[in-house]
Write a protein of this length. Structure first.
Length: 218
């Protein structure tokens, strides 16, 4: 697949200052190759999915930490719908679970936010061609996984969002506070808590908090 002459990019990040910075960096599109045009922005995972369907960008530049629907789930929905040429993860996280889940969701690349400008542009152009790009640190994490398979964790049964909820339950936060912190409805939080309890084999949120403390949830 050849990259288009102009690569249409959708920026998905919940921080406006980051989106503005990306606009400035990518507007220059240094070096030889296709130019980059920012065709839209999204501040939430839901917006990223809907804007991708509306704009049909060549590349979605996706943050992972998004309110409501996170970047991994948004990536999964966009890739399943085929509404973008590719989703390139741009994040601060180099955790093995995040990298693995992003790739499983369909992301074509995974790079960290301290990437050099030229490397970011190259990664976007590669994504537009259908060529994967992995940050060297992400590659190192994946290679370490192959060499030393991660130990099983009692929290492996939980989704990333369920883990977010459990972390807040573990420090005594109410459903209302959790909802405000994670940009969710109280009903959605109650649903997550109800799903977490049987997965951990506990009867209530107090036992869930004790379970989290006992097993060292970070």
């Amino acid at each position: 697949m050849n990259a288009p002459r102009v690569i249409r990019v959708l920026l998905a990040d919940d921080h406006q200052v980051v989106r503005e910075g990306m606009r400035m960096i990518l507007g220059e599109s240094p070096g030889a190759g296709a130019q980059i045009e920012i065709v839209g922005e999204a501040a939430t995972g839901e917006d990223a999915v809907s804007e991708s369907a509306r704009l049909r960008p060549d590349v979605v530049l996706m943050d992972l930490q998004m309110p409501g629907v996170d970047g991994i789930e948004a990536t999964r929905r966009i890739c399943a719908a085929g509404t973008a040429g590719g989703v390139l993860i741009l994040t601060t996280f180099a955790e093995d679970a995040r990298i693995r889940e992003s790739i499983q969701a369909g992301a074509i690349g995974y790079i960290l936010k301290d990437v050099l400008k030229d490397d970011l542009v190259r990664a976007i152009r590669a994504a537009a061609r259908g060529t994967p790009t992995l940050d060297p640190r992400a590659q190192h994490v994946l290679m370490r996984q192959v060499a030393e398979p991660p130990k099983e964790s009692p929290f492996d049964v939980l989704t990333p969002r369920e883990l977010d909820v459990l972390r807040l339950v573990a420090i005594g936060k109410s459903n209302k506070v959790i909802a405000a912190t994670l940009f969710l409805s109280v009903g959605t939080v109650k649903g997550y808590v109800s799903a977490i309890l049987p997965k951990l084999g506990v009867a209530d949120r107090t036992q869930a908090a004790l379970f989290a403390a006992k097993h060292g949830l970070e």
